[in-house]
Design a binder for this molecule. Structure first.
Ligand SMILES: [Zn+2]
Length: 354
């Protein structure tokens, strides 16, 4: 397999090792990198393996790299802990429970591929599969803003290459009837002359609030003067470049339109925004909040007067920057099999007679 970097984090204190007798393995299957980690039950990961996603070498090569890393971590000795399950966060859309990729915009050539079967037959055991954005939202609820503020339900938007979306309702992922719930990155925010989207639609949030979109909009406004990355667009905007500031006004506008739809539909206590493009929060958030107040009456009626730093006022709608950084998807993948196990007794109990 390709270059592998192993980070071993010495976080397993003796106390924690006694507390946890099992570990799980999570896979963050990204279009650029495969990240595979072992997890012992705390916010920190035990070990992480990072390898490039060799899309150019074909699906079999990618699955082989992924499964070799899973097996390498599965053989590790974490003080006698038993491997309890393997979770995989994958680019969507994903048809569940089958585990078939359906026309994934960032994985050309993978349409119709049964990811679950491919991994299962390679490693010889079942996996828990979810979209990467759902996994990230789960991690954010368990270990990020959800934990900080004691919130069981939240909606997360991840501004990365695309715009991911995940819904956690009462502590569990809402994946809809076929696994395709939480595709809010494709809410239409520009219904006239909207930019074409990988989903087949036009004017989706993803085309106005992702890192990719930030760069594209900079090129539209600045032409040859545009910088080479969304990060540089943010730096120039931060330094006062009016054209780059214009880009982030459009980001704030797009987020306000999409959040209006989400807030008016869901009425959740918390909406959290993460992903790399969130570094520009201070550039887009003022426009986002201003427009949200004007557009969403549910938000207007429930907006907090001031943001408490330690708790959220009940019956209010909060929009906060996500707390977990780039590890959210990987941590969420590690949490997936634990969630499944937790929900099993409850499901069985419901089936018991009288
Ligand atoms: Zn779309």
């Amino acid at each position: 397999m390709g270059t592998i970097i192993i980070f071993a984090l010495d976080i397993g204190s003796a106390r924690n090792r006694r507390m946890h007798e099992t570990f799980s393995i999570g896979v963050d299957f990204g279009g650029t990198n495969l990240r595979i980690a072992s997890y012992g039950g705390d916010v920190e990961l035990l070990d992480t393996i990072v390898a490039p996603t060799r899309l150019g070498d074909g699906r079999e090569a990618v699955i082989r790299d992924m499964c070799e890393a899973i097996e390498a971590l599965g053989k590790k000795d974490y003080g006698g802990r038993r491997l309890t399950g393997i979770g995989v966060g994958s680019p969507g859309p994903l048809e569940l429970p089958q585990g078939i990729l359906r026309n994934p915009p960032n994985l050309p050539g993978w349409d119709g591929f049964n990811l679950r079967e491919a991994i299962k037959s390679a490693i010889g055991r079942e996996i828990t599969l979810e979209s990467d954005a759902n996994a990230a939202a789960l991690a954010e609820q368990k270990w990020g803003t959800g934990r900080t503020y004691g919130v069981e339900s939240l909606c997360m938007l991840t501004l990365g290459t695309g715009v991911g979306n995940g819904l956690i309702l009462d502590g569990s992922i809402w994946h809809g009837s076929t696994g395709m719930g939480g595709e809010g990155g494709h809410i239409i925010v520009q219904d006239v002359d909207g930019a074409a989207c990988g989903c087949g639609g036009t004017g989706c949030l993803e085309q106005y609030a992702s890192a990719t979109a930030i760069l594209r909009m900079a090129v539209e406004i600045m032409g040859a003067d545009a910088p080479a990355s969304s990060h540089e667009v943010a730096l120039m905007a931060g330094a006062g470049d009016r054209r780059c500031l214009q880009v982030f006004k459009r980001v704030g506008h797009a987020l306000a339109v999409a959040l209006t739809a989400l807030i008016n539909t869901l009425n959740l206590p918390l909406y959290t925004i993460g992903g790399g493009a969130c570094e520009a929060w201070d550039l887009f958030a003022p426009v986002m909040f201003r427009e949200l107040r004007a557009r969403s009456y549910v938000y207007r009626l429930t907006a907090p007067d001031i943001l408490q730093t330690t708790s959220l006022e009940p019956h209010k709608t909060y929009i906060l920057r996500a707390e977990l950084g780039s590890n959210a998807g990987l941590l969420g993948a590690c949490l997936l099999p634990l969630q499944e196990k937790k929900s099993l007794p409850q499901a069985a109990g419901e089936l018991l007679p009288g």
